[in-house]
Structure formats: structure tokens, C-alpha cells
Ligand binder design. Structure first.
Ligand code: HEC
Ligand code: HEC
Length: 132
């Protein structure tokens, strides 16, 4: 019985210990994420914005992100530009298609297991060009 108590205490201590070890996630520095995970790291987020989105569509950040009110740089959290809202819908669509039609289990933008990405359709164009 005493041994069991010791064992339970030990297990509890291990569980408590592991619960306090946080995985390497961001600190929630982004203000307006509705599709991407809220705890995404800046490295992951910027990788998606640059490699998947900018390169996939052949545009730069200001295509979707509005200018900051003070005129310096871009206000990334703002939803003022319609292109950003369209892009959010496209992100949701891309994730749904991967899951529903290509059976990707946990689709995440930027992940190597995605079968369909922005570039699959956009191929470097903001408006996909349909070859007739
Ligand atoms: C085609 C549109 C598009 C382009 C181009 C784009 N983004 Fe984004 N960006 C988005 C969308 C949509 C979100 C919001 C995602 C969400 O809701 O989860 C976002 C979110 C962000 C955020 C988080 C802002 C916050 O606080 O919520 C940052 C930072 C950001 N983008 C940086 C960039 C940078 C830097 C570039 C250029 C390298 C870029 N983006 C290019 C569409 C775009
Ligand atoms: C299944 C194909 C497909 C995928 C995948 C896709 N798109 Fe699109 N996207 C389109 C089509 C088609 C249009 C043009 C719609 C139209 O003509 O109104 C479009 C239009 C857009 C526009 C509007 C462009 C403009 O100039 O008005 C944005 C922004 C956009 N997509 C972003 C994205 C982003 C970001 C991703 C990846 C997260 C993505 N799309 C993935 C097919 C796709």
C-alpha cells in the first residue's frame, strides 16, 4: 500500500512536471488570427506569408495588408483590405479541400503534407489564369 502511494505521488509529480514544460510555441503576439493557430510562432507565420502566400500568388505583403494609420509600414492586424478577407476564405477552403477530398488528417497551412496549396491553383498569379 505504501509502495502504491509512493508510485502515485511520483506519477503525479511527473505529470505535473510535464504539464509545465511548454512546447516551443509563440506567445500569442498576433491580434487577429482566425484561421491560423493563435499560438503560431513568428517563424511559422512569416514562412506561410512569404513562401506559401507571396510566392504562391506572385504578390507582396501590401496586396492584402492595409497601410498603417501613421503612414509607416503596414498594419498587419487590420482587415481593411478586401483581399485579406478573400485570402482568409481561401485559407479555409484550402484546408477543407485537403481534409475532405485528399484525406490529409491534420491539414495546416505551410505543412509539407498538404496536397493542395495556394500555388497549386494560383501558380504565381493573384488571379489564377485558366488555359483554354
Ligand atoms: C494574399 C493575402 C496576404 C498576403 C500577400 C500576405 N498576408 Fe499576412 N495575412 C493574411 C491573412 C488572411 C491573415 C490572417 C490569417 C488568419 O486570420 O488566421 C494574415 C495575417 C498576418 C499577420 C498577423 C497579424 C495579426 O496580428 O493578426 C502578419 C504579421 C502578417 N500577415 C504578415 C505578412 C507579411 C510580412 C507578408 C508579406 C511577406 C504578408 N503577411 C502577406 C493574408 C496575406
Ligand atoms: C482550388 C483552387 C484555389 C486554391 C487552392 C486557392 N485559390 Fe485563391 N483563387 C482561386 C480562384 C479561381 C480565384 C479567382 C476567383 C475569381 O475570379 O473571382 C482566386 C482568387 C484569390 C484572391 C483574389 C485575387 C484578386 O486579385 O481579387 C486571393 C487574395 C486568393 N485567391 C488567395 C488565395 C490564398 C492565400 C490561397 C492559399 C491559402 C488560395 N487563394 C488558394 C482559386 C484557388
Amino acid at each position: 500500500m505504501k509502495q502504491l502511494t509512493v508510485l502515485l505521488l511520483l506519477t503525479g509529480a511527473i505529470l505535473l512536471g510535464s504539464a509545465t514544460i511548454k512546447p516551443n510555441t509563440g506567445n500569442g503576439q498576433y491580434k487577429n488570427l482566425r484561421v491560423l493557430p493563435r499560438n503560431i510562432t513568428s517563424k511559422e507565420l512569416l514562412g506561410i506569408m512569404t513562401d506559401d502566400i507571396d510566392d504562391g500568388l506572385g504578390v507582396s505583403c501590401g496586396f492584402c495588408h492595409a497601410a498603417a494609420a501613421d503612414g509607416h509600414g503596414l498594419d498587419f492586424a487590420s482587415d481593411a483590405k478586401p483581399e485579406k478577407k478573400i485570402a482568409r476564405g481561401m485559407m479555409r477552403m484550402t484546408l477543407t479541400m485537403n481534409k475532405k477530398y485528399f484525406k490529409v488528417r491534420h491539414p495546416l497551412l505551410g505543412a509539407p503534407n498538404l496536397i493542395l496549396s495556394c500555388a497549386t491553383c494560383h501558380n504565381g498569379q493573384a488571379l489564377p489564369v485558366m488555359e483554354q
